[in-house]
Write a protein that binds this ligand. Structure first.
Ligand code: ADP
Ligand code: MG
Length: 258
C-alpha cells in the first residue's frame, strides 16, 4: 500500500550534511540543511559561489550520498538504498539539466533525447523510443530539429534539447544547475518560460541560479550561505516569461514599423 499522496512532500531534508574529505582537510560544503519541497513547487536556490548549491543538488539528484542527516525522496529514505536502487530512483524520478548542456556532439538531437531510455528500458523498441523522444522534443518546441547535431543548433536550442532529454522518462522532479548560465538574457527568458510551462503541467523544478532576475520567475527562493539556508521565501509577484516575451515581440514589431 502506498502512503504517498499529492500533498505529501516530494523532498524532505533534515539537518543534511555533506563533508568532502580531501587529504587531511575536511570541506564542509553543506552544514545542516532542513528543507521540505512539495509537488508542484518551482524553487530557485541562490547563493554566492562556494555556498554549497551544487553539492546540495548532487545529493538531491542521488549523484552523491550525504555524510549526515536524512534525505527522503518521494517517501523513500535515500540513505538506505544501494547503488542499483539509487540509479533506478535517479533514472525514473529525476531529470537533470546543466549549465553546459552536456549533449553528445556526434549524436543527433533525437538520439541525445533517447539516451536516458537505454538505462530505464534497455529492451524498448526502436519505434517506441523514437516516439517518446519526439514527444519530449515537441514539449520543448523542437520536434522538427531532431535530425540536427548540437553544433547546428543555437545555445538556447541546445538547452531545450537537454531539457527534452531530462523529460523523456517523465520525471517528477527536474534539477537544473545554472541552466541559463551560458545564455543571453532573451534566451534565458525563453528557457524560464519553458520551465514555467512544464511546472504548470505538474513537474516540480529546483534550479540553481545566482541571478535575481532569473530567480524572479520561480515560485520560491531559497538562499544559501556557507552551507546553510539563510532565507526561504515565497515569490508572490513572480515574473511570467511568456507574457514578457509577448510584450517584447510586440515592442520590436512596433519599432520595425516606425
Ligand atoms: P556552489 O555550487 O554554491 O558554488 P559547491 O557546492 O560547488 O558550491 O561547493 C561548496 C564547497 O565545497 C566549496 O568550498 C567547494 O570548493 C567544495 N567542493 C565542492 N565539490 C567538492 C569536491 N568534489 N571535493 C572537495 N571539495 C568540494
Ligand atoms: Mg555550483
Amino acid at each position: 500500500m502506498s502512503l504517498q499522496n499529492a500533498s505529501a512532500a516530494l523532498i524532505e531534508l533534515h539537518d543534511l550534511v555533506k563533508t568532502y574529505k580531501t587529504g587531511d582537510v575536511d570541506v564542509k560544503a553543506v552544514r545542516g540543511v532542513t528543507l521540505e519541497v512539495r509537488r508542484g513547487e518551482f524553487l530557485a536556490i541562490m547563493g554566492a559561489s562556494g555556498s554549497g548549491k551544487s553539492t546540495l543538488m548532487n545529493v538531491l539528484g542521488c549523484l552523491d550520498q550525504p555524510t549526515g542527516g536524512s534525505y527522503s525522496l518521494n517517501g523513500t529514505a535515500v540513505a538506505g538504498l544501494n547503488r542499483k536502487e539509487l540509479a533506478r530512483l535517479r533514472n525514473r524520478k529525476l531529470g537533470f539539466v546543466f549549465q553546459s548542456f552536456n549533449l553528445l556532439s556526434r549524436t543527433s538531437a533525437l538520439e541525445n533525447v533517447e539516451l536516458p531510455m537505454f538505462y530505464t528500458d534497455p529492451l524498448i523498441s526502436l519505434r517506441v523510443r523514437h516516439r517518446r523522444a519526439l514527444e519530449a522534443l515537441r514539449q520543448v518546441g523542437l520536434a522538427e530539429r531532431g535530425g540536427h547535431h548540437p553544433n547546428q543548433l543555437s545555445g538556447g536550442q541546445q538547452q531545450r534539447i537537454a531539457i527534452a532529454r531530462a523529460l523523456v522518462n517523465q520525471p517528477e522532479l527536474v534539477l537544473a544547475d545554472e541552466p541559463t548560465g551560458n545564455l543571453d538574457s532573451r534566451t534565458s527568458m525563453e528557457i524560464m518560460g519553458l520551465f514555467q510551462t512544464l511546472n504548470d503541467s505538474g513537474i516540480t523544478i529546483m534550479m540553481v541560479t545566482h541571478e535575481l532576475d532569473i530567480a524572479a520567475y520561480c515560485k520560491r527562493i531559497v538562499v544559501m550561505r556557507d552551507g546553510v539556508v539563510i532565507s526561504d521565501t515565497r515569490n508572490e509577484n513572480r515574473r511570467l516569461a511568456q507574457q514578457e516575451l509577448a510584450a517584447l515581440d510586440k515592442a520590436e514589431q512596433k519599432a520595425r514599423l516606425a
